[in-house]
Design a protein around this ligand. Structure first.
Ligand code: KG4
Ligand code: ZN
Length: 346
């Protein structure tokens, strides 16, 4: 069963062909980072126009790299949320028309659930741990902890009450003049820096948030104070012309984010056997090393996606659809985009 996946939830235009939910025949990702870079973040109107321009070529390239023709595509899978509404509509309309034209079923996929599934890509099924898992989803738009019991069963344990971890990286990099996207820039700039040079707040939640009743405060995150702390620090200690303070600041700022993620995960995995860390921020080298150390110390299994499937891609969309996750059947063609789609909501 060959599934063509389409992903346009933010600023990556992506298409992939995945066989039987695991074997990635192709995964093409066209990043718009260079287009949004001058603005310091994603401009939704530009992103949607770019998706419309790039999707036909990216999709044709995915088929070419997979060495399959249109008739060999058995279904079309597409992200319908969460994400930027104006970006999602382009991918959904494109996938619906392809499915109709090819006379193949359409599967609507939840982007967050697909990130969780990304750890399966390219791996042998037998090598994967049994459910349940705890998953930390860390991306540019989301930061949440979930208990995963299967490809259709998720229980939210905690989430950010304001900014996402990736957003904190992006905003911090902006303040430090490191460009967009900020995560990889801070990751690189922090090399050789002293992570204890400045103590930034780690955003401890003390009380249950009124906006998210039922979630344990000690499994929730808050990152908006962190970027404000960096802003005030830079006002009090402006960067010198040679910018020699940048490595220490980047390392200290990164440390605050990593520490916040690490402490919540340490609590969430108590009594559990597996933690999956997924999404763009899971590519962070310090985060990966710290999670590995935690797994060793506490004796749970850590699963990370292969680096090429850590950030946004369409292989995870096609993969999850192939494994039975997502909205299939006639109602898929009636789906509308859902920018705030929650994990586990179907
Ligand atoms: O999962 P993703 O590609 O897109 C969303 O679903 O949002 O995540 C993008 C985010 C961006 O905020 C980017 O700065 C961050 O992932 N990111 C990183 C690294 N690589 C990407 N953050 C920290 N360290 C990295 N190496
Ligand atoms: Zn994502």
């Amino acid at each position: 069963m060959n599934i063509l996946g389409i992903e346009t939830s933010c600023d990556e235009t992506a298409a992939a062909v995945v066989r039987d939910g695991r074997r990635v025949l192709s995964s093409v990702v066209s990043s718009q980072a260079d287009v949004h870079g001058p603005y310091g973040g994603v401009v939704p109107e530009i992103a949607s126009r770019q998706h419309a321009e790039r999707l036909p070529g990216v999709t044709a390239e995915a088929l070419r790299q997979a060495d399959v023709d249109w008739p060999a595509i058995d279904a079309v899978a597409v992200t319908y949320g969460p994400g930027l509404a104006t970006s999602l509509v382009v991918g959904l309309a494109f996938a619906k028309s392809l499915a109709l034209r090819l006379d193949r079923p359409l599967v609507g996929v939840n982007h967050l659930e697909a990130h969780v599934y990304s750890v399966f890509l390219g791996r042998e099924p037998e090598s994967m741990p049994e459910y349940p898992w705890i998953a930390l989803i860390v991306s540019g738009g989301h930061t949440c902890l979930v208990r995963v019991e299967g490809v259709r069963r998720y229980g939210l344990l905690g989430q950010t009450v304001d900014d996402a971890a990736g957003e904190a990286f992006d905003k911090g990099a902006n303040l430090l003049g490191l460009g967009y996207p900020g995560g990889p820039a801070i990751d690189a700039a922090a090399d050789g820096g002293n992570a204890r040079a400045v103590r930034f707040p780690v955003g401890r939640q003390r009380r249950e948030s009124a906006r998210f009743p039922g979630l344990r405060a000690d499994l929730c995150f808050s990152f908006s104070g962190l970027k404000t702390a960096l802003l005030y620090h830079l006002k009090a200690h402006p960067l010198s012309a040679a910018r020699e303070e940048v490595p220490d600041l980047a390392a200290s700022y990164q440390e605050a984010i990593v520490k916040a993620l690490e402490s919540r995960c340490a609590r969430a995995v108590r009594g559990e056997t597996c933690l999956a860390v997924v999404g763009g921020v899971s590519l962070n080298r310090v985060l990966r090393a710290r999670m590995e150390a935690l797994a060793e110390k506490r004796g749970f299994r850590l699963v990370l996606a292969e680096r090429r499937y850590g950030a946004d891609n369409a292989a995870m969309i096609a993969g999850l659809a192939g494994a039975g996750g997502g909205v299939a059947g006639p109602e898929a063609l009636c789906l509308d985009v859902d920018p705030n789609l929650a994990i586990g909501a179907q």
